[in-house]
Design a protein around this ligand. Structure first.
Ligand code: CP
Length: 371
């Protein structure tokens, strides 16, 4: 067990557990969104089609938020953001998505919660759920946090005795440790499908996606491998052997340690930052909550050398296929894994990913708790 959270330290067991209720029937049975691994292709496509509907409703460019809701699918619903780890994009995106469909949003961060007094995340989640919240959006540094909370909340529904919940509470995984970040995977897929004209079928056959960087630490990579490969894309994980564990192949991807050799084969390159904070956690050192981790790791000789061999420079971006696109989930370390000229350049869809994230999260919440 992780002593600070009451959660197990390892990866959750692969359960195809994206749907803890109503396995593999209609979308109405969608209660929790925990991972993309094991999600049937048809489910992925249905979810992405709904995201397309919402993207069309909010428009191709960010709308003025003061325009208010664009639908009432979440009217009367309350969404609780429980972020035990820092976030800019995901947290704001879930809030915007919920409000645009008429929901109320409650925000709780670990710094201002009773987690600082030793309360476990399961107790925190159960207490917030017991106030009538319909969905909890969970971010946590421990792999498996979202699964554990979903299981705990389900066990409290309809039981007898004190402390039971009157109604189910959905759990949406907003990133748990090194495990998964399913809505990031979905918005990445949506962005690729949009760029290559695949929004009708979401069939990504013939597209080669490179994911480059700290694959071993990355929940974005794990959700990406699961989702993109389920939709027919070829996925290649790229980086030095110290950052790309060979076991990652078992999830359905190839591995390359030679960026310059693989670049001409790529239609998409998704660039990840080096997650130094997870390296420190992995070695048993502690990273204080909300404090930046030291930018060093035994996994790489130096940042300068990493950039020399694996940084996406302007010269390297020119070696990509002519219509190739560049993505990054953020936050970006400019000049380390990606040059500013590439991040802001003509191939970059980085801010479009963020825009699509709102539509994807609208779809996720509408399916889990929609009226
Ligand atoms: N992509 C992503 O998860 O960003 P945040 O950490 O800012 O939410």
């Amino acid at each position: 067990m992780n002593s600070s959270s009451g959660l197990p330290a390892g990866q959750p067991q692969g359960s195809g557990g994206a749907f803890a209720a109503g396995e593999a029937s209609g979308l109405a049975d969608f209660r929790h969104l925990l991972e993309l691994r094991g999600m049937p292709r048809q489910r992925l496509v249905e979810l992405l089609h709904l995201a397309r509907t919402f993207r069309d409703r909010i428009g191709p460019a960010p709308a003025n938020l003061s325009e208010g809701p664009v639908g009432d699918e979440l009217r009367g619903r309350v969404v609780g953001n429980l972020f035990f780890e820092d976030s800019t994009r995901t947290r704001v995106s879930f809030s915007v998505a919920a409000k645009r469909l008429g929901a109320e949003v409650i925000d709780l961060a670990s710094a201002g919660s009773s987690a600082s007094k030793g309360e476990t995340v399961i107790d925190t989640a159960a207490n917030v759920a017991s106030m009538g919240v319909d969905a909890l959006v969970i971010r946590h540094r421990s792999s498996g946090a979202a699964h554990m909370i979903a299981k705990a909340l389900d066990s409290l529904v309809g039981g007898v005795g004190g402390g039971v919940l009157h109604k189910p509470c959905s759990v949406i995984n907003a990133g748990d440790g090194r495990h998964e970040h399913p809505t990031q995977g979905l918005l990445d897929i949506f962005t690729v499908a949009d760029a290559f004209g695949r929004l009708e079928s979401f069939d990504l056959t013939g597209i080669t996606l490179g994911i480059i960087g700290d694959i071993g630490s990355s929940r974005v990579a794990r959700s990406g491998i699961a989702g993109f490969s389920a939709l027919g894309a070829r996925v290649v994980c790229i980086g030095p052997p110290s950052l790309v564990p060979s076991a990652i192949r078992t999830l359905g991807c190839e591995i390359s340690h030679d960026l310059d050799a693989i670049l001409p084969e790529l239609d998409v390159i998704n660039v990840l930052r080096i997650q130094f904070e997870r390296h420190e956690v992995g070695t048993g050192a502690t990273v204080a909550e909300n404090q930046p981790a030291a930018k060093s790791s035994a996994a790489i000789a130096s940042i300068r050398e990493y950039t020399e061999f694996f940084g996406l420079t302007a010269a390297r971006a020119e070696k990509l296929k002519p219509k190739a696109i560049v993505m990054h989930p953020g936050p970006i370390n400019r000049g380390v894994e990606i040059a500013s000229s590439v991040a802001d350049g003509k191939r970059s869809l980085i801010l479009r990913q963020v825009h699509h994230g709102v539509a994807v999260r609208m779809a996720a919440m509408a399916l889990c708790i929609g009226t």
